[in-house]
Every structure is written in C-alpha cells, then in structure tokens.
Design a protein around this ligand. Sequence first.
Ligand code: ADP
Ligand code: MG
Ligand code: MG
Length: 479
Amino acid sequence: MSQARLTSCIPLPLEHKTLVNVIEKAKDWALMHGVGMRDKKHFNKDVIQIAPFVLLPSPFPRTEFDKAIELQPILNELMHKVAHDDCFLEHTLQNALQVDEFTASLYDIWVKVRNEGVTQSLSLGLFRSDYLMQCPENNCIKQVEFNTVAASFGAITSYLPTMSRYVLRQLGHGDLIKNMPENKALSGLCAGITEAYDLFGVPSAVILFVVEEVSYNICDQRFHEFEIAEKRPDIQIHRKTLNEIFEETHLNDKKQLILDGRQVAVVYYRSGYEPAQYPSSKEWDARLRVERSTAIKCPSIHYQLAGTKKVQQALASPGVLEQFMGGGAATSRVRDIFTGLYSLDFDETGERAVEMALADAEKFVLKPQREGGGNNVYGADVRDALLKMRHSRERAAYILMERILPPLVPGYVVRPGSPVPPPVVDLVSELGIFGVIIGTKDKICYNRQVGHMLRTKLADANEGGVAAGLGALDSPYLV
Ligand code: ADP
Ligand code: MG
Ligand code: MG
C-alpha cells in the first residue's frame, strides 16, 4: 500500500555536527523542563529521564487541526449526553458485559450507585479526542478514539512546543515558529479541576489524585498538581493509590468522602482504567466508595463507560448521532470524522462484519473494551483472532474498526540512551485535542476546548503509546 507523505518543516537530513549539537541541547532542555518519565526497566524513584520526543515539530494540516479544535466542545457535549442516557449505555454495552469482566465490574458500580441514589449529580470530564489523518482518499482527520479517563500528556506537551521553538531557533529557522499553535492544555485542564472544586463549594475540602502504585509518567501528573498549587494555594492535593484510598478514607453519614479529617471535593483518576490496577477486591471497594460519595469524580463512572470502544462503535451506527444531536450541520461534521466501525455481536450485522474482516484483514483493527494501549489486534492477527473466536461469546467484547492510513512524515526520534545521531525515519502522528466539561444530566455549566497533544510513532509500529515506550511526544507544525 502506498502511503501519502508530508514534507518536514525543514529539509532533512541535518548535517552531522549540527544534528549532534542540537540533540544535546534539546535533551538537556527536555530534562531541565520536565519533559521526562521514570525508567520502567531500571526503576529508581529518584531518577527521571527524558521522555521520547521528536526533534522537530511534525507537519499537520492546518484546516484539519482547526476542525478538530472546533469540534471538541460539540464532542464534549455529545459524550456528556451519552453518559447520562442510562438506556443507551445499557443497550450498547449489554453483550460486552456478558464476557468482559472488567467493564462489567465498572458497570455494576454504576448500577449500585444509581439504585442507592446519586449523591453528586455533577461530573467532571477531562477528555481527549484522538485523530489520525486518513490518506490518500479523503485527506481528513478520522477519530481513533475518545478518551474519558486518565487522558494524559496534556502537561508535558504544553511545555514541548517551547523546546521545539528553541530547536528551530538554534537551527536558524526562527521564522517558522509562527506555524506552531499555542498550547495551553495544562492550564486549561487544571482550570477545569479547580472550577469543579469551586462548584463543590467547601473551602476546607481537598482534591484527591488517584494514582498507580508506581507512576512512570510522574512529570505529566505532577505538573497538574504544581499548576493548581501555584494558582490556588488554598487547595490541598493528595495523591493516593486505590489501595491507600481503601485504607485511609471513609464515608460519613452524609456520604462525604473523608481523608485525613477533611472532605474530598474532587477525585481525579490517573489510574483505575485497566484491570491490572485492581489487583484485589480492596481496589474495587475503594472505587465503589468514591463513586458513592459526594465528591465530584473525574471521570464519574458513567463518563468512563461512555468512553468505551463499544460506545464509539454504537455512535457510528445509522441514526444514533441524530438521536443525541438532531439532524443539523454539527451532526454531519461529527459523522465525517468517524471511520468504519462495526459491531461483532451475534446478529446479522455482526456476521457481516466478521465476513468482511476475514476477507481483507489488513484493512481492520480489532479492539477490546480496554484503555492504555497495547490491547488491539492488527493485520494478519485480525484474521487469526476472528477465526478463533468466531463462534465464542468473547467476540462481543470486541469491535471492528477500519484501519486508518495516515501520511508519513520524516523525522528524528530522540530516546533515552538511543544512539546520537539517530537516523531519519518515517513517522506517523496522532493528534489529541483536550476538552473539559462539567455538568449534571440536565445542565452543562462548563464546556471548553483547552489544548492539544501530538504523539508520533514509527510508521511501521501498530501503536504509539508513549508510556508504553512506542511513541514519542511531538508538537504540531501547521501546514
Ligand atoms: P487505547 O485506548 O488503548 O489507546 P486506541 O483505540 O487509541 O486504544 O488504540 C491504540 C493505538 O492503536 C492508537 O493510538 C493508534 O496508534 C492505533 N490505532 C487504533 N485504532 C486505529 C485505526 N483504526 N487505524 C489505525 N491505527 C489505529
Ligand atoms: Mg484510550
Ligand atoms: Mg488511544
């Protein structure tokens, strides 16, 4: 398959000495400004190394970038409505719940909380909608997925463009900086958290970040904490694992979540999105306790359920967007960003999707109801996987998605410990747009687009998760 190509912002390759020199500078800039992560292989809490990054900002079509930005508040509202439509969620997820224990556990919590009576009607969403450019036929963005839980890298990628600008200036191309859009994701995301805190309205209350046992992506998380601490020194922030929440918090008779004698106003999950983060019943109990409480959850459990791949697939089915958005221009703009999404349920549509994928497996991606990268099936494996589960109920836990073919961009990827200078390689970029929403079922009180992130991976890699070690952080250069 021949893939379209975009040209780098400056001619490549760079001359050897210039390249070595500028990479040294960029690496130090990155280290000294928190473009970093903890090392998974040789873990040492006291050591932060550079996060993988792309040396020069990668080209991204301006009109498509602007489109993604404009669509974000519309998508925020759509997901908000979806999350508050109990029947739709139940109907959409029912088959997957039969076979997917993790999603079923989340769903059970939601049902329990609803039956008991919801004590906090406000939800906080810090969302990220991800896109790849589809080439060559349409040359426009297609949505990869919509993240409603622990959407990361808003902080680091808010700093990264400053490094890219520095690199361009060092290379004598300061005139190009005008093509790099401003990115205020970090302050926008944090403003969402503090807005929710103020709506909670208890001055002595605290904010709770739910974190992993070990946070490899510590810089990104801490920057949120530091940003809030600087803008709002009146607010105390705690970081706790689900296990610590189980041990150290309780609900009082008003269902207020109490930590160290103080009420929790906002719970921001940076963990809790994958099964491994719930190793025992304690973590599930902690999650249930938080969901039952009056704290404003980011995300609330129904926001998390609305972010499943199954919901994404259902929204692409004929007539469903109209159900939530009516038949106007915004609806067709949203429909335009969808690529082929198919249910694998045991019905006529599901059978047809299986046949289609078996006939041309390379054109599709198989996705389970999981977050965090590394869970999808690609290429020839799609065929094998489908043959294996064709007659098993497990099939309903997956969706089938058309594979998006993004344009190739040449560039240099800089990783910790990688040889300097690196070769020029073919890359593809995934754009993420951040959105913040706060509201109840009936009223949305805050809805914004707040910034972006670009993540770039080797063209022949299936996935590009930075935390998973496959992708690299990047900044868009609008063309
Ligand atoms: P997760 O929630 O685990 O991040 P994604 O749906 O984002 O799941 O898939 C992970 C990665 O797989 C994406 O970042 C992208 O690189 C790749 N990918 C996912 N869907 C597609 C697709 N339809 N076409 C091409 N690549 C895809
Ligand atoms: Mg995701
Ligand atoms: Mg993703």
